[in-house]
Design a protein around this ligand. Structure first.
Ligand code: ADP
Ligand code: ZN
Length: 212
């Protein structure tokens, strides 16, 4: 099953993608994580992406399209995958079509802008493995330490309030039109984001068609 998770920054795409990829045993591909990893390793692509990311702007299409093309060619994507944070523009969606990638379903996680701001401010990520936490809604077992790898949890630079406003603007202008794009193909399923992560997961699994 080839899935796309859509939603505003902080809507919980990544968290939900993680739950579903465990349930279906397919990988999650997060362009945000791949870019942050490249940045950490000081690669040329990471350096190119940095100024856009720090400003809360989308990274240029050709960079992220290149990333996805390379990643989807790997063996572990053969039985399906979840795209978390790609596509984020119509040209990115068209690029997937051109690659001959057939998407089965697009899950849109819908959360109001006011709620987003509150969620993003409490978000922490592991500086080593990229796992995501929330101080209130999804705390690590030991404060400031990643459950998965023991790495240090940090706040992302682009999770600061001023930058979040810019990211939401980008989302509404460039990403939200994808809802109509996939609706027209009969692939869109919208899920209302719930206060409890597990409650959203239940709805998402139903939307994916993977609920028991
Ligand atoms: P979130 O979903 O919380 O916004 P991500 O980790 O998915 O976080 O993305 C962080 C940043 O990485 C984005 O603000 C953008 O700068 C860049 N990015 C990630 N995916 C894409 C994409 N598909 N197109 C353009 N920029 C992207
Ligand atoms: Zn970690």
């Amino acid at each position: 099953m080839n899935l796309i998770f859509l939603g505003a920054p902080g809507a919980g795409k990544g968290t939900q993608a993680e739950q579903v990829c465990n349930a279906l045993n397919i990988p999650t591909i997060s362009t945000g994580n791949i870019i942050r990893e490249a940045l950490k390793n000081g690669t040329e692509m990471g350096l190119k992406a940095k100024s856009f990311m720090d400003a809360g702007a989308l990274v240029p299409d050709e960079i992220v399209i290149g990333i996805i093309q390379e990643r989807l060619a790997k063996d572990d994507c053969k039985n399906g995958f979840i795209l978390d944070g790609f596509p984020r523009t119509i040209p990115q969606a068209e690029a997937l079509d051109r690659m001959g990638i057939v998407i089965d379903r697009v899950i849109d996680i819908d959360v109001a802008d006011e709620v987003i701001a509150q969620r993003v401010s409490g978000r922490r990520v592991c500086s080593e493995c990229g796992n995501s936490y929330h101080v209130e809604f999804r705390p690590s077992k030991v404060e400031g330490v990643c459950d998965a790898c023991g790495g240090t949890l940090v706040q992302r630079k682009d999770d600061q309030p001023e930058t979040v406003v810019a990211r939401l603007k980008e989302y509404h202008e460039k990403t939200e039109p994808l809802k109509a794009f996939y609706e027209a193909q009969g692939k869109l399923k919208s899920v209302q984001g719930q206060a409890e992560i597990a409650d959203t997961t239940k709805l998402v699994l139903e939307a994916v068609g993977a609920a028991e």
